[in-house]
Ligand binder design. Structure first.
Ligand SMILES: [Zn+2]
Length: 569
């Protein structure tokens, strides 16, 4: 049943159609998609039936009849059979290139919402790895996402599944569970001191001194484990990167803001791009890491040399980030912060240099105390070097409040919103208490503030990366298991806009991506169900069936792509 709003939108499209058939559309199209529900996510949230592509751009959006006229015998036609099409998803903050260095060997549980299925996947991995070989996962899940049994994993449970393989399972950045073989491999043994490189107190032991298998203590506690896990060989990196890109396309993702573009995987992306095979757009957020005043001096010199925007629509460098001064980087599971004047002075020296150079900044700021302190600094910097048009963004913002959003808006700052509670909501309840955890992230306040904001996942370790899982959380306040953890849900249209059109501003490509409009790049995703009308409980399980990037089919659930000459009639 079509809502009145939907019918109004169709009428609107019909009126606007002559306008959308621009000069660009006067010769034939390479590709047309017809017979769909095209959710354009333009400024009026117009719904259309069909679209046409020439080269890598959209040349027309309109009715079936209008678009079909643009096809000739050489045009590839795709019949959408009524399916909903949305713009390619943009994730404004994903550690994509770091993920490329492990993806090919990792066990991933993104989108796995039953413990039974998770254990089956673990068993399969143990089988295929072979006796004695490592099996590991590096985050992107938490056991609270399992609807059948959300209890933590134990050493004993992993020993039953994998008696002969070392296993390390990292739950977000919260903790790592090791089985007995892994403990032994790492030299973590009863009656023996902890290995030197582990932070004191992070290796959990029972009353008798026997290690429980749990390593716990936020991000720093996970580092010695990751350092000891087997690395992907140089020769495997390209395959790992390709499988990562394929998984992103399968999830409907076409563009990323990427903090920390590691050189080796970036080199592979450049090569794929040269070969016309790159199906993701990657916009790097880069900058030196500083821990001391001396490093700040050096960083300021580097900032004066930085020259972003030397790339193109596929690979570019856009902003400084995501840390300005490392001692002020909020730990993921901290519940409060109190930045010192000393640390803030160093933070401000760097941020001032960034403003003076006219560079964009995206900075990790999560806790209320940190957000206030950074806003104080930015307000002072803004009086000397205005930041309004530089698209500075505070990132994560799980504990932002209405007053802070108001201050941000006055400064022209953007809000890069990365709700860690999508999978970590139950862990946050332990730390913050249930009531305060329910205010992380206050999406309705952010939406109502009128600030420019967009979604990021902060995958691949802190969080899962699937847009539909994040949208489910945004619309319901629920973990994938169905447990309510957040009390500030937003509407379907606003959430979709934050994952598409608004996010284009974060990567400086609002004229090229983020909505399905004439002149924009043809990045579109067809879904197996209608995001705008399915029951809320189904949002989590919506699957892309077709992902197109720059007019090229990057993913298709259909094993036989429609033939070039297939006729609609
Ligand atoms: Zn961060």
């Amino acid at each position: 049943m079509h809502s009145l709003r939907f019918r109004a939108a169709i009428l609107l499209t019909a009126c606007a159609a002559t306008a959308t058939l621009s000069l660009r559309a006067q010769s034939s199209a390479n590709l047309i998609l017809t017979n769909g529900k095209i959710v354009t996510v333009d400024e009026r949230f117009t719904i259309a039936q069909a679209l046409a592509v020439r080269g890598d751009r959209i040349v027309a959006v309109g009715s079936n009849a209008e678009i079909s006229r643009l096809a000739d015998t050489s045009t590839r036609r795709i019949d959408l059979h009524g399916r909903t099409v949305v713009p390619g998803f943009i994730d404004n903050h994903m550690h994509l290139l770091r993920a490329a260095t492990t993806w090919g060997r990792e066990l991933r549980w993104d989108g796995v919402y039953s413990r039974k299925q998770a254990i089956d996947l673990l068993k399969a991995r143990v089988q295929s790895a072979g006796r004695g070989q490592w099996v590991f996962s590096i985050g992107g899940w938490a056991t609270a996402q399992f609807s059948d049994d959300p209890r933590p994993f134990t050493r004993e449970e992993l020993d039953r599944v994998a008696p002969d393989n070392p296993v390390a399972l990292q739950e977000s950045y919260y903790q790592i569970v090791l089985n007995s073989r892994a403990l032994d491999d790492f030299g973590i043994r009863p009656g023996q001191p902890d290995p030197d490189d582990f932070i004191k107190g992070t290796i959990q032991r029972d009353a008798t001194g026997r290690p429980t298998g749990i390593i716990k203590g936020d991000i720093p506690a996970t580092r010695p484990v990751q350092a000891r896990l087997p690395k992907i060989a140089a020769g495997e990196l390209e395959a790992s990167t390709r499988s990562l890109i394929a998984d992103m396309n399968r999830a409907g993702l076409t563009t990323f803001g990427v903090p920390g573009c590691l050189p080796e995987p970036l080199q592979i992306l450049r090569r794929l791009h040269q070969q016309n095979q790159l199906n993701l757009r990657v916009f790097c957020i880069e900058g030196p890491t500083t821990n001391t005043p001396e490093q700040v001096d050096a960083a300021i010199q580097q900032i004066r040399q930085m020259k972003p925007f030397q790339g193109d629509d596929y690979i570019d460098e856009i902003a400084f980030g995501e840390s300005v001064y490392q001692p002020l980087h909020d730990p993921m599971f901290a519940v409060r912060s109190s930045p010192s004047a000393d640390q803030l002075a160093n933070w401000r020296r760097i941020a001032t240099a960034i403003a003076e150079q006219g560079l964009s900044l995206q900075v990790h700021a999560n806790l209320t105390g940190t957000i206030d302190a950074f806003l104080d600094q930015i307000e002072a910097i803004n009086k000397i070097y205005p930041v309004r048009n530089l698209r500075w963004a505070l990132a994560h913002l799980n504990q932002v409040n209405a007053a802070q959003l108001e201050r941000m808006k006055k400064l022209g700052l953007y809000a890069a919103v990365h709700p860690w509670s999508v999978i970590n909501g139950a862990i946050m309840q332990d730390g913050f208490g249930e009531a305060s955890a329910a205010d992380l992230s206050p999406l309705d306040l952010i939406q109502r503030s009128g600030i420019t904001w967009g979604f990021g996942s902060d995958g691949s370790a802190a969080n899962q990366y699937l847009p539909m899982t994040q949208l489910y959380y945004a619309l319901t306040g629920k973990l994938p298991s169905g447990k309510v953890v957040m009390r500030h849900p937003i509407g379907r249209e606003d959430a979709l806009i934050a994952y598409t059109r608004k996010n284009a501003y974060f990567v400086f490509r609002e004229n090229d991506i983020g909505s399905i409009q004439v002149g924009k790049l043809a990045d579109v995703v067809a879904l197996d169900r209608d995001y705008l009308t399915v029951p809320l409980e189904q949002i989590r399980d919506i699957k892309p069936v077709l992902t197109i990037v720059g007019g090229r089919v990057a993913y298709s659930a259909d094993p036989e792509p429609p033939s070039r000459t297939a006729s609609l009639r």
